[in-house]
Design a protein around this ligand. Structure first.
Ligand code: ADP
Ligand code: GN1
Ligand code: MG
Length: 365
């Protein structure tokens, strides 16, 4: 708390700090909610210590976040919206910088707290999924006229599944913490679907699908929903905005949002793919993109969901084999548990691929 107070002093927060608590369920950054009191009442802010092993180039990361949030705020204001609610608003440091480097070399940034919202950790109901789909789809179409060349590549090859496979193989070969023997089935699962890896990235490379500015981390808990109306308010967690494929954004959201269980559910009997939620999400997402999807994108939305789920499971497994250095974990087998839910979902989706494709085509007409 003392540390947080000291850091907070460097930012342009209004009033007197009353409270600072750890906040949210992100796997990457350390997030705190800060409450300030001033003459007008209470005001909250989000303060985050950014994960510097995940993001080695914080300068580029914050350059991207500032550019995109400024761009979106201008658009939202121009159409009469409330930019402080519909996008993230960075709070600068007293020196006027986008972020602070503290004495230990840690990097901190701050945003306005978007009040009266909540975020979901698992299946939230069809209405919420449709609306979240619309929010993520609109997010992509809203950035269609953003100059992608201004954005730095924050994490190289982030959704290059071929590269993810190579990293998995390296972790397996090194077996640094001697865990490979405990994950034989999961390792075999990854190997059995190796042919999935190049499919989307090679379509991007050959120009069969367009390179767009994408979010790349479209978990349902990265969209804030109004606590009363349950309508999506704001897409957050803009750390991985980069040029990419829309199939990644669609797929990653389906991976997380259309499961009947949480990402780290231990009882695999509870993990199923809910096709009604998928239909709701697809409907909203396709509407949000406003008719800009190409036929090849539509034909690959469903596969995108399978690939992103497979890739995420492979990433959890790689981190497990590597000794849990990337994702935050609460216990030693946490990443393996997460990996298992992902692979169960892959199987469930594979069994319904035909239906999933038909749904995508139905709403894309
Ligand atoms: P991570 O990269 O670790 O996932 P996020 O930026 O997604 O970090 O933040 C973690 C959580 O904090 C989010 O899931 C959300 O619940 C909450 N959060 C982040 N920014 C805001 C904000 N501006 N207003 C309200 N809640 C927020
Ligand atoms: C991480 O930051 P967060 O918790 O929203 C990860 C995503 C994974 C996700 C799995 C920068 O997302 O890529 O899909 O965990 N973010 C980064 O839950 O690696
Ligand atoms: Mg997040």
């Amino acid at each position: 708390m003392e540390k947080i107070e000291k850091i907070a002093e460097a930012f342009r927060f209004q009033g007197t700090l009353k409270d600072a608590v750890p906040y949210g369920n992100g796997h990457i950054n350390d997030t705190y909610a800060l409450t300030y009191e001033n003459g007008d009442g209470k005001k909250r802010y989000i303060l985050q210590k950014m994960n510097k092993s995940v993001f080695p180039d914080i300068k580029t990361l914050m350059h991207n976040v500032a550019l995109v949030t400024d761009f979106l705020a201008e658009k939202i204001t121009a159409r009469g919206g409330d930019s402080e609610r519909e996008t993230l608003t960075l709070i600068r440091t007293k020196k006027g910088d986008n972020y602070l480097v503290d004495d230990d070399g840690e990097n901190w940034r701050a945003f306005l707290f978007i009040e009266n919202t909540l975020s979901y950790q698992s299946a939230a109901g069809e209405e919420v999924l449709e609306d979240a789909g619309r929010a993520f789809g609109t997010f992509i179409s809203g950035l269609a006229d953003f100059d992608a060349s201004l954005l730095g590549e924050v994490i190289k090859n982030f959704h290059d599944t071929r590269d993810r496979y190579a990293k998995f193989e390296a972790a397996l070969a090194a077996d640094r913490v001697g865990r490979a023997a405990t994950a034989g089935d999961e390792i075999a699962f990854v190997e059995s679907r190796k042919d999935y890896c190049p499919r989307i990235v090679s379509m991007l490379e050959s120009g069969r699908i367009p390179l767009r500015v994408t979010h790349n981390d479209t978990k349902l808990n990265n969209v804030l929903v109004d606590a009363d109306s349950k309508k999506a308010v704001c897409v957050i967690d803009l750390d991985t905005i980069m040029p990419g494929s829309l199939l990644y954004d669609f797929g990653d959201a389906v991976r997380f949002g259309c499961s009947t269980a949480e990402e780290d559910e231990k009882d695999l009997e509870k993990v199923d793919f809910d096709i009604r939620l998928y239909e709701a999400f697809a409907k909203g997402f396709i509407a949000g993109t406003g008719g800009s999807l190409t036929d090849t994108e539509v034909d690959n939305l469903a596969f995108g969901a399978i690939l992103m789920t497979y890739e995420c499971g492979m990433r959890f497994l790689t981190d497990y084999l590597d000794g849990d250095n990337y994702f935050k974990t609460a216990y030693p087998g946490h990443n393996l548990v997460r990996c298992r839910t992902q692979f169960r979902l892959v199987e469930k989706m594979e069994a319904r691929l035909g239906e999933m494709n038909a749904i995508a085509r139905k709403y894309a007409k």
